[in-house]
Each structure stands twice: as C-alpha cells, then as structure tokens.
Design a protein around this ligand. Structure first.
Ligand SMILES: Nc1ncnc2c1ncn2[C@@H]1O[C@H](COP(=O)(O)OP(=O)(O)O)[C@@H](O)[C@H]1O
Ligand SMILES: [Mg+2]
Length: 280
C-alpha cells in the first residue's frame, strides 16, 4: 500500500505520530473507553480550544541564541549547527532555507523541543526550553505547538474528520468541543465538503491541508512545518501557502517552515538562509 510506504519513510517524524497510532489503536479496541474523563492536560490546566479572551502576549515568540548541535557519529563529533541566532516574532511566516543536509530539520527539532541543543539558549514564549525537563518541554509542545511534515503523516484508516478529531483527543481537549472545532478548521482549509473522505481519496494537496487542519485544531501558538510543499506541484504549493497566510490572520498563529523551493520564499515575512551550520 502506497500509504504504508509513505508512513514508513517518515518514521523519524516524531513521537507524536507514534502516540497517535497507539491512541487510534486503543480507540478501535475499546470504543467506549474513558477518553472524555481525561479533560486536563499535562500541566493540570483545562485544555482550551475556544477563542481566548486574554489580552494578547507581546514580545518575540521565540528567541534562539548561540545554538549549537553536535552529533556523535561513529565516535566522531559532527558539528551540524555552529552558532545560530534567530528571533521569531508573533504572527509571522518565517522560512528556513538551505540545501539538503544543511541542518534545517535539526534546528526545527530543537525549536519544537524534540531535541536539545549541545550549547546555547532557546526561549519559547518566555520559557527556557534548553533548561526544561523532558516532561515539561513535552507538555508545552503538546499545548502550544503544531507540526506538519513533508509526507502529510495522516492516519490512513481514518477520515479527514477523524484525523483532526484524533489530534484534539491527543491535546486533551474536552470531547464536547470537538465537533465544532473539527468542522471549523476543515472549513478553514477549504475541505468542508471532503470531511468524510479518507486520505487515499484525497489529492496530495488536500491531504496536506488536512494535516494543517489537524496541526492547528488545538490552537497552538507556533506551527512548525518541515518542507510542507516538497511533495506537491506548484499549484498545490501555492494553495498551502495561501492557507498559511490565512491562518496567521484568523488563528493568530506563528509559522516557521523549512523549504528549498525558491518560488515560495516571497510570501515569507522573514527568510533565514542556512549555510555551513550558520545563518548567512
Ligand atoms: N540524529 C543524528 N545523528 C547524527 N547525524 C545527524 C542526526 N540528525 C541529523 N544528522 C546530520 O546532520 C546534518 C543535517 O541534517 P538535517 O538537519 O536533516 O538537514 P536538512 O534538514 O537541512 O536536510 C546531516 O549531515 C545529517 O546526516
Ligand atoms: Mg530536512
């Protein structure tokens, strides 16, 4: 099956996918499980997908200072990031550009709290990511971040609707809020009429739009997208970028994405060029 091959090829795509698979599997095995009793997130706060009345936070959403990442490869150090400085302002579309192997995914993983820097600081929304315990970082990531990957990473047996619903379940959003929010985000990406289709019944561009709906459903502050248009033709890529621009306004989300497609750079608020482990 093409889908299984695709999923396998993105097996590095974070534990979120593995977590979702086990959540989806447990749903099948125990249809009447106690999911709705789990209404609190890891920090003990009630998860919230309704629009917030709180005043908007100010200052940069993300600050990266002097970040280095060294991997040990066959006993030798491989310096992939050699001192990265960046500041990402709220509600901007920021792109990381660079050739394959230049360290874009490595940096995105650090920003997303999936990995920790060898040296340097990463502040996300006022919190020192580089100092937080794994559990605290995971809690912040689940509540405040969304992820999109090159190969869509949808559950092949679930409809578009069920895929988005699964992400609300993972974010511990109360069950009573699911229907309204799932419908809302699928409408937002232009798939209101295709909600009950499964991934194999959708085009690549439509699947990526389901993935976007899924990644923003729990109202993250930051959306991280690793080459989200790499498998799409130019027309579908343009649609994805239009959706990104729309949700920055309507969802007030900040987007940081990697790309090596020069044609989409012009819609970015800021482009960081990665070369030899530094920004050029
Ligand atoms: N976990 C890891 N262990 C060892 N080397 C790694 C690891 N992750 C990435 N690398 C290496 O770091 C370099 C940058 O990789 P990556 O961040 O994936 O680049 P890009 O996303 O720009 O293509 C590559 O040489 C890659 O082999
Ligand atoms: Mg990469």
């Amino acid at each position: 099956m093409a889908w299984l091959r695709k999923k396998r090829s993105v097996s590095e795509n974070t534990e979120a996918t593995a977590e979702e698979e086990s959540a989806a599997a447990s749903q099948v095995e125990t249809p009447n499980s106690e999911m709705e009793s789990v209404e609190h997130n890891v920090n003990g706060q009630l998860a919230q997908v309704l629009p917030s009345e709180e005043p908007e936070a100010t200052g940069p959403l993300l600050t990266v200072t002097g970040v280095e990442r060294v991997f040990q490869v066959a006993g030798n150090p491989l310096h992939v990031l050699k001192g990265i400085d960046a500041q990402i302002e709220r509600r901007q579309l920021v792109m990381l550009r660079g050739r394959s192997g230049s360290g874009k995914t490595t940096l995105l993983n650090l920003i997303g709290g999936l990995d920790q820097p060898t040296k340097g600081e990463i502040w996300f929304d006022g919190q020192p990511f580089h100092k937080l315990s794994d559990n605290k970082r995971t809690a912040v990531r689940r509540r405040d971040m969304g992820f999109i990957f090159q190969a869509f990473a949808l559950m092949p047996m679930l409809s578009a609707y069920e895929n988005v619903e699964l992400s609300l379940r993972m974010a511990k959003v109360p069950r009573g809020e699911w229907k309204k929010r799932v419908t809302e985000v699928l409408d937002m990406v232009g798939l209101g009429k295709r909600m009950h289709h499964r991934p194999f019944e959708l085009s690549g561009g439509e699947q990526q739009r389901v993935a976007i709906a899924k990644s923003i459903a729990h109202r993250p502050k930051l959306l991280l997208a690793d080459e989200p248009t790499a498998e799409l033709d130019s027309q579908m890529s343009a649609q994805i970028m239009a959706v990104f621009q729309h949700i920055i306004q309507s969802e007030r989300v900040t987007i940081c994405m990697t790309t090596h497609d020069p044609t989409i750079l012009e819609v970015a608020d800021h482009v960081y060029e990665m070369a030899d482990g530094r920004f050029g």
